[in-house]
Design a protein around this ligand. Sequence first.
Ligand code: Q0Z
Length: 332
Amino acid sequence: MYAIARDRPLTKISLGLEYATISACRISLMSPELLDSVLLHTDFPELKLHASGKVRDVYTLDQDRLLFVATDRISAFDYVLATGVPHKGRVLTQISLFWFEFLRDLVPNHLLTADVSQYPAALQQYADQLRGRSMIVARAEMFPVECVVRGYISGSAWKEYKASGRVCGIELPKGLRESDRLPEPIFTPSTKAVSGHDENISFAEMSKLVGPELSGQLRDLTLAVYVKAADYALQKGIIIADTKFEFGRTARGITLADEVLTPDSSRFWPADKYAPGQAQESFDKQYVRDYLEEIRWNKRPPAPALPAEVARRTSEKYVEAYHQLTGLVLDA
Ligand code: Q0Z
């Protein structure tokens, strides 16, 4: 039994005639089961919200522990869209869990448990919402820097390179094309600026913020983790062009925190379509971006909804990324 998706764009699209015709002809259905499973907001009244991001909500459990919940929200061009992507929160969570295990000999991480049956009794009433998409983590004293590493030149680094030949103070070879692989991965830290956008900083600037010794440790860890993970991913047909890590201090020492090597914190490119000299297609968000360009959204709020077909195909890409990386099938 299928229903017409209720998440059609409500925004009036001027001159949408052509588009509306195309859209009406496409089979654009999502089963009620799938729609029901999409989680856009969390609400756990007995818990204190610690932080909320575009995609994830973090709650305080106690002095030492936080609850991370990945919703099915999706952002594009800096805004959270009105439509969720089925399974996205579970895919992000399961990818982070996979990497925590894969990287455990290289760096301690903040995971305590993702087994909902081990969560505090007060959370058991939410077990169905939490299963697969949440984890309890050790609260860390977070370092106020984003540890970014790039194996390929893209995004803000490509802009900086074109303007100055350097990225975060690192001189790069002349003649690089957009999306080229770098001779070796580079550490390009950033800080959260007031704008909400991250601001690239040099290693020297990072050293002023958190000290030279810690900066060196974080740089070395970041590069080692990236090299191990990116080598693995490439064997599975996924280029991890760049990624952002957040570290903090816990009883385990310098600890890898937050989400790790997900499509939301990284650029994943399908290796079989890699073609330097231009921007690369996104493994996961390409249908979303194409759709938003097609409807000529002005990229100002309110962000539009997605046709069910775009959400469904995007969902398939996330599930496929998980399968391609891990060899595992995300359970229904
Ligand atoms: C990470 C963030 C998110 C919004 C807090 N282990 C930790 N201990 C203390 N704090 C954090 C962590 Cl991971 C922490 N963030 C970033 C994540 C939503 C902001 F899911 N905030």
